[in-house]
Design a protein around this ligand. Structure first.
Ligand SMILES: NC(=O)c1ccc[n+]([C@@H]2O[C@H](COP(=O)([O-])OP(=O)(O)OC[C@H]3O[C@@H](n4cnc5c(N)ncnc54)[C@H](OP(=O)(O)O)[C@@H]3O)[C@@H](O)[C@H]2O)c1
Length: 345
């Protein structure tokens, strides 16, 4: 075990587009273990749009990071030392342990109640899959469609941010659940990939369409039963105009707005909420962290779908913790397809 480790700490809050100076890479000692604690070595760091929220001073569901704090982030790690009776060296965990090489934590906090999951990777599935298809973004798609969207077979499902980590899982799970699926993504290449590789029924390239609402109307002549929304803003407004009566809008996120956090005058104001009444719509936001106690049941089902090739995963991999800050803006520029991860060397 190393005595000194690298960590990214908060340097200043973000107020608009990321500048690449919000975080600072520092060296810190790896703390010694006390009774009840475990030492977790970070193997994979997940870069997520929520990182941008945590870098701002906006109200969030987690405590505000302070200057000098280690940047919050979801990791897959492995227990390297344990002074806790329930943890063995070699155990794998998903946890919000931050942008650092090692974390010393109380074993009692590594529970689903505290946003952590202990898991045993299936011997035939690469560990990488557990940060995307079989990780938080995959679970978000599963819970969003099943619990929030109440997706039925043959429903018309539209997914925004469809070529991103959560979106591509919502598209694939929609197909597994026998829905008719149309994804929205930026660019011909991504749209082609969604149709050719994921086998979805159609796609809309939001970057080239003149009128998003009309494109949706052409793709959904009978209206949209479930809209799985990762993007928000104008996309949500256009979707509202095309929802079927009794439709459900699953608010997974609103990535189009995150870079504007810090200047409220830049945030987009949705115009079509009156249609929620006339069309009898339900719109519901949710946080996957509230559903972690269900993962024991969800994960084996999803692992089997992956083994049966009913679903696939796609990660964009960046090597080295030192490259994490430089990689983060790629989430907002649409530069990558699938899940953006940092492999710790
Ligand atoms: N509710 C939860 O518990 C939960 C959990 C995880 C994630 N989420 C949410 O899920 C959403 C997607 O997260 P992710 O991890 O899948 O991110 P991701 O892999 O970065 O995918 C996001 C996609 O959004 C698209 N995008 C970015 N900015 C956009 C804009 N201004 N307008 C339209 N599209 C834009 C990009 O693709 P294009 O090239 O197509 O633009 C990108 O591929 C986020 O809103 C996130 O907050 C929610």
């Amino acid at each position: 075990m190393r005595e000194i480790q690298h960590c990214w700490v908060l340097n200043h809050y973000a107020s608009d587009k990321l500048r690449g100076t919000e975080l600072r890479l520092v060296k810190r000692p790896v703390p010694q273990l006390s009774k009840g604690q475990v030492l977790v070595k970070t193997l994979i760091l997940s870069l997520d749009p929520s990182n941008r929220i945590w870098l701002s001073e906006e109200e969030d569901y987690l405590p505000q990071l302070q200057i000098g704090d280690v940047m919050r982030g979801l990791i897959i790690g492995q227990v390297e030392q344990s002074c806790h009776p329930d943890f063995n060296v070699g155990d794998y965990v998903h946890a919000l342990l931050g942008w650092q090489e090692y974390a010393v934590v109380d074993g009692d906090t590594l529970t689903s109640m505290n946003g952590a999951i202990r898991f045993t990777p299936h011997p035939e599935i690469p560990l990488d899959a557990y940060v995307s298809a079989l990780g938080l973004t995959g679970w978000t798609a599963y819970v969003g469609l099943k619990e929030i969207g109440q997706l039925n077979p043959s429903d018309n499902l539209m997914v925004s941010g469809a070529a991103g980590a959560t979106g591509l899982m919502a598209c694939q799970l929609g197909k597994v659940m026998d829905a008719r699926v149309v994804g929205i993504a930026g660019g011909e290449e991504k749209c082609h990939w969604l149709e050719a590789n994921l086998g979805i029924d159609g796609s809309i390239d939001y970057k080239t369409t003149d009128n998003l609402s009309e494109s949706m109307a052409r793709a959904f002549p009978d209206g949209i039963d479930v809209f799985f929304d990762n993007v928000g803003g104008t996309m949500l407004d256009a979707a509202l105009e095309n929802m079927a009566i009794g439709g459900r809008i699953v608010v997974s996120g609103s990535i189009s707005q995150y870079q504007k956090l810090g200047d409220r005058s830049q945030l987009y104001g949705v115009q079509n909420t009156h249609l929620m009444v006339t069309r009898r719509l339900r719109m519901e936001g949710y946080l996957i962290l509230d559903y972690l106690d269900q993962i024991d049941k969800i994960l084996p089902e999803m692992e089997q779908w992956l083994l049966d090739k009913k679903i696939q995963y796609k990660n964009t991999e960046v090597i080295g913790l030192q490259n994490a800050q430089k990689a983060l803006p790629r989430l907002f520029s649409g530069q990558n397809t699938g899940k953006l991860i940092i492999k710790i060397e």
